[in-house]
Each structure stands twice: as structure tokens, then as C-alpha cells.
Design a protein around this ligand. Structure first.
Ligand code: SAH
Length: 367
């Protein structure tokens, strides 16, 4: 296992040209006016993009042809091209590898469940957080994604669901920022993307904030900032172990912000929003799956978060070449039982996409 440096600041290269989904409603109006068009054209464009889910100028017959060409050229530049779709779980899971305008690769995963449809989105191409068990982390950070590159993953998935590409037509109901990247290291663009995803149609994609999860390695100042945004998204913290000694290696950013600081920040978020925090725990055989760690995790979470914590155990999805593996099922069951015994909610996340390299970042790594 190589150890990579932590990278907080992404290179400035490669961000795409300005796009409608980068802009607030007011900004859209002023840009359209600057382009010599009436402000209401901004609403028409928004309706096409965020409600009809289209970027095809030919479908925009309510806008005169010359204005249409100018407006789509300026505000709807093509952002993402699907390179490959990979399906599994009897068609209930589909992973898409996207190529951005500069050749950068990124992925999103659409998962259909009986009661919901979840899209896992990327917030960066690559990741600078260097977690050794994560394929993306091992590949380093290429660049931040723009707000619109994040939003466009959701628009494309919403269109695919509407058009029945994953079975019966349906709606994307949930968004998780658990694809490539550390969302809170691309803070402004991610928060803007959340607003675009959640603003009511036709100004945004109309998905409920309560159905959006932002997952972080634990960037404490950014968690505190997010607490003040007035959003009601769910926060997930990738803890993976309750002790600083091991966490310094599993989640290298722990060398900056310790377990107790991360949990304090998470508590602040939970108090402000009234929402339970998800504690993510990738269970790795003989590394972090010991009974004493389960007990310590339970005690620590009871102390810091009490009923405001929910532990999500994720069986490790081994990355190519890794010596690590998931824990045996009896060990996993005992781990969950011990956390529960401390009065802390704990469940095992169902694993999707095993056979399509859906462990974070694997597809782009092979791409
Ligand atoms: N950077 C953010 C979000 C992206 S990863 C974060 O770390 O929270 C989403 C979740 O998948 C994180 O909890 C991450 O630790 C976990 N993960 C990454 N690689 C994994 C693997 N190989 N097996 C299981 N979980 C993994």
C-alpha cells in the first residue's frame, strides 16, 4: 500500500465553460440579458434543462431559432459524454463512465430499489484524500468538477429514469455524494450543486434536500461551514475506526482533524439540522473489525451523538491489487450486535454493483 500525500487544493486547469446549471436564477437572467435577449428566456431555458431534462436545441421550439442557437451555445455547452454504461443486479444498478470536455473521466451509479431510486454522484475527478482502501483515493486528484458537471450527472440520470432505461419509468428520489472525490474539498461548487438539485422545478431539479446525503472524510472547518448554510441535507462521516492511531492510516486526513473533533463537528451539524448523522464504516477483515473496536465505536458515538448517530457498515469492496478484504459474515454480525448493544443504531449497507467494479473509482481507474 503506497502512501500518498494529502491534496486539498485542486489544480485550476480543465474546468468547463460556463453553463446554465452553474448559475443562480438571478445570474441566469442577467447573463441572458447581456446576450441581448429578454430575461424570460432564462426561465424558458431553465424549464428545458431542469424540468424537461433536455439540452437539445431542436426541442426548444418556444425560443426563436436564432436566439435558441445563441443561448444554447452560450449556456448549455456539452459537459459530459457517456463513454460506457455497465449494468448489474438484474438491471437494477447501472454505472456510467463519463468523459468531460477536457478528457477527464468520472463516474456515477444509479441504483433502483423497491421504494427509491438513488444516484451516487462524483464531486471531483479523482480525490486528494489518499485513503488506502479506496480506488479513487489511490489515483490522486485530477481536478474539481464544476457545479454544472455535478448537476448534469443528476439531470442525465433523471432523464434515463423517466425514459425507462432502468426498467419501469420512474424518478430519481435520492442523491448521495459518495462517488469520486471529497465533496467538502470542492465546497462552494458542491453547495451550489445541492441548491440546483433541490430548488423546485423549473429553477432546479426538484429533489428534496432531505433525500440528499453529503459524505465526507471529516474536514472539520467545512462541516462547520456547512452547518451554517441552512440546508437540511444528511451528513455522512466516513469514520472507519473509532481510534486515532488506526484512523491516521485508514483516513489520512485524521492527522489534521482527530476523531473527537470530527464527531464534535458532526454533533453541531445534527443539533442545527435535527438530522441524524450517518457514520460510514467500511469493515475490513482483521484491520478494523475487532470486537473491542465495535465497543469503543458504540461508546464514543453514544457520548458524542447519542440517538443522532446511525452507523452504516459497508463490507469492504476490495480494490484491485489490495491485500485487504471484507470481514467474514459472523464477524460482521458480531460487530453490528456490539454497536447496537451500546444503544447506537447500526445496520449493514446492502452492496450493489460488485461485478461492475462499483467500488468507488474503480471504473475510471480502468477507463
Ligand atoms: N470522500 C467522501 C465520499 C466518497 S466515498 C468520503 O470519504 O466520505 C463514499 C464512501 O465509500 C466513503 O465512506 C468511503 O470511505 C467508502 N469507500 C471507498 N472505497 C471503498 C471500498 N473499497 N469499499 C467500501 N467502501 C469504500
Amino acid at each position: 500500500m503506497t502512501s500518498l500525500p494529502l491534496v486539498f487544493d485542486a489544480p485550476r486547469r480543465g474546468l468547463p465553460p460556463r453553463h446554465l446549471a452553474d448559475l443562480s436564477v438571478e445570474e441566469r437572467r442577467s447573463v441572458v440579458t447581456e446576450l441581448g435577449e429578454k430575461p424570460f428566456r432564462a426561465n424558458q431555458l431553465s424549464r428545458h434543462y431542469f424540468a424537461r431534462l433536455t439540452t437539445d436545441p431542436d426541442a426548444m421550439t418556444d425560443i426563436p431559432a436564432d436566439a435558441r442557437e445563441r443561448l444554447t451555445g452560450e449556456l448549455l455547452p456539452p459537459l459530459l459524454t457517456a463513454v460506457r454504461h455497465l449494468g448489474c443486479d438484474d438491471g437494477a444498478t447501472r454505472k456510467t463512465l463519463w468523459r468531460a470536455h477536457d478528457g477527464t473521466l468520472l463516474e456515477s451509479v444509479l441504483m433502483r430499489y423497491p421504494d427509491r431510486v438513488t444516484l451516487c454522484v462524483s464531486s471531483q475527478a479523482g480525490c486528494g484524500m489518499a485513503c488506502p482502501f479506496c480506488a479513487t483515493g489511490q489515483g490522486g486528484l485530477q481536478r474539481n468538477l464544476s457545479t454544472a458537471e455535478i448537476v448534469d450527472q443528476v439531470r442525465a440520470a433523471a432523464a434515463a429514469m423517466r425514459d425507462g432505461e432502468l426498467g419501469e419509468p420512474g424518478r430519481v428520489s435520492n442523491i448521495v455524494f459518495m462517488g469520486m472525490g471529497e465533496p467538502l474539498a470542492n465546497y462552494r461548487r458542491v453547495v451550489d450543486a445541492v441548491r440546483r438539485i433541490c430548488d423546485p422545478q423549473p429553477y432546479g431539479l426538484g429533489i428534496s434536500q432531505r433525500s440528499v446525503t453529503v459524505s465526507t472524510v471529516g474536514l472539520v472547518p467545512a462541516i462547520r461551514k456547512l452547518t451554517e448554510e441552512g440546508l437540511s441535507v444528511r451528513l455522512a462521516v466516513s469514520l472507519h475506526t473509532p481510534d486515532d492511531e488506526l484512523r491516521d492510516t485508514l483516513v489520512p486526513v485524521n492527522t489534521r482533524w482527530k476523531v473527537s473533533e470530527v464527531l464534535d463537528a458532526a454533533r453541531g451539524y445534527a443539533d442545527k439540522t435535527g438530522r441524524r448523522v450517518s457514520i460510514e464504516y467500511a469493515l475490513i477483515r482483521d484491520i478494523n473489525d475487532h470486537p473491542w473496536r465495535a465497543d469503543l465505536l458504540g461508546k464514543l458515538l453514544r457520548k458524542h451523538l447519542g440517538p443522532l448517530a446511525h452507523v452504516n457498515v459497508i463490507p469492504l469492496n476490495p480494490t484491485p491489487g489490495s491485500k485487504w478484504d471484507a470481514s467474514p459474515k459472523p464477524v460482521e454480525r458480531e460487530f453490528v450486535r456490539r454497536v447496537n448493544e451500546q444503544g447506537v443504531a447500526c445496520t449493514v449497507r446492502d452492496t450493489r454493483g460488485q461485478e461492475i467494479a462499483a467500488a468507488c473509482g474503480q471504473l475510471a481507474a480502468e477507463g
